[in-house]
Design a protein around this ligand. Structure first.
Ligand code: BEZ
Ligand code: FE
Length: 315
């Protein structure tokens, strides 16, 4: 704040009435909307926005700064960089929308943020294959099942996985056209899956733009807790977009985008070099990690739909 303590001052009754009259005027201007949902959204937005403006007694300099912030977010946004989604992420708005639209259902696995690094067209890998594609990192064996909430195995479920390398970068953040540390596979008849990936490590969200400057200004870290992204879909089931997190990671309690849920924190068991691997792969002098992630999918008719485009992809 700029020393303007008006937010806590008594606002004169006459002034309050003038402010409220404007709110009602703007709300009324949306009465002509033929789409009832659009009308509801715009009228509620108007009331909440004005309530905020009046409560904090926004100064004109602060209004200018906000416009400058949004302008900068627009300028840095292109088909690869989406600063507005990043803003939604750091405000917790993405996670709140996910919570609203993916209601808890029995023992179904919880959802979390999609993030900006999903891309279409990942390679298909066989069961037990390696999706690292040469990305730097400790080999990590990932295995589990996909079932419905009654425990029935989901054969042929599609599992898409993507992650950053040990330097904290996704393949799409490099200047070359590499595709690495991403892939998809399908569960077998018993609903089981297994693959090699790399052990997730912490990395920052893109913080060289206005959102990064905002985090800096408020003393917040851009770091995300270590995670592996999953998109799991099966016929008749609610599509699950989620991560698994590494138990013991000190960033679990202060993930920059509020994406961590206790149920998604898993043991990544460390194995020293020389420990036999589950599939007999010879890793020479390298240590490796192993994690189990049993996915439970809710029925498709349960609340879902974040408006996230990738959720629309067919199986
Ligand atoms: C990520 O998981 O990579 C991510 C998620 C939200 C914002 C930025 C990055
Ligand atoms: Fe990520």
């Amino acid at each position: 704040m700029n020393g303007n303590s008006a937010a806590t001052e008594q606002v004169a009754t006459e002034q309050q009435a003038r402010e409220q009259a404007l709110v009602e005027q703007v709300v009324a201007s949306f009465e002509t909307a033929t789409d009832p949902r659009l009308k509801q959204l715009m009228q509620a937005l108007t009331r909440h926005l004005h309530a905020f403006l009046c409560a904090v007694r926004l100064t004109e300099e602060e209004w200018q700064a906000a416009i400058g912030f949004l302008t900068a977010a627009g300028h840095i946004t292109d088909d690869k960089r989406q600063e507005f989604i990043l803003l939604s992420d750091v405000l917790g708005a993405s996670m709140q929308t996910i919570a609203i639209n993916n209601e808890a259902y029995a023992n179904a696995t919880e959802a979390t943020v999609l993030g900006p690094f999903f891309v279409e067209g990942s390679p298909e890998i066989p069961l037990g294959g390696d999706l690292s594609g040469g990305a730097a990192g400790q080999p990590c064996w990932v295995e589990g099942t996909v079932t419905d909430t009654d425990g029935t195995p989901m054969a042929g479920a599609r599992i898409e996985v993507w992650e950053a390398d040990e330097d904290g970068f996704y393949d799409v953040q490099y200047d070359d056209d590499r595709m690495a540390a991403r892939g998809h596979l399908f569960t077998d008849e018993a609903g089981t899956y297994r693959f090699w990936a790399i052990t997730p490590t912490p990395y920052p969200i893109p913080h060289d733009g206005p959102v990064g400057a905002l985090l800096d200004a408020v003393g917040r870290s851009p770091m995300r807790a270590s995670h592996l992204h999953f998109d799991v879909r099966a016929e008749g089931k609610r599509t699950l977009i989620t991560h698994i997190f590494v138990r013991g990671d000190e960033l679990l309690t202060r993930d920059a985008v509020f994406g961590v849920k206790d149920s998604l924190v898993h043991d990544f068991v460390q194995h020293p070099a020389g420990t036999p691997t589950p599939d007999g792969r010879d890793l020479g002098a390298r240590s490796w990690a192993g994690v189990r992630f049993d996915v439970v999918l809710a029925p498709a008719h349960t609340a879902t739909g974040t408006g996230i485009p990738s959720a629309d992809r067919s199986l």
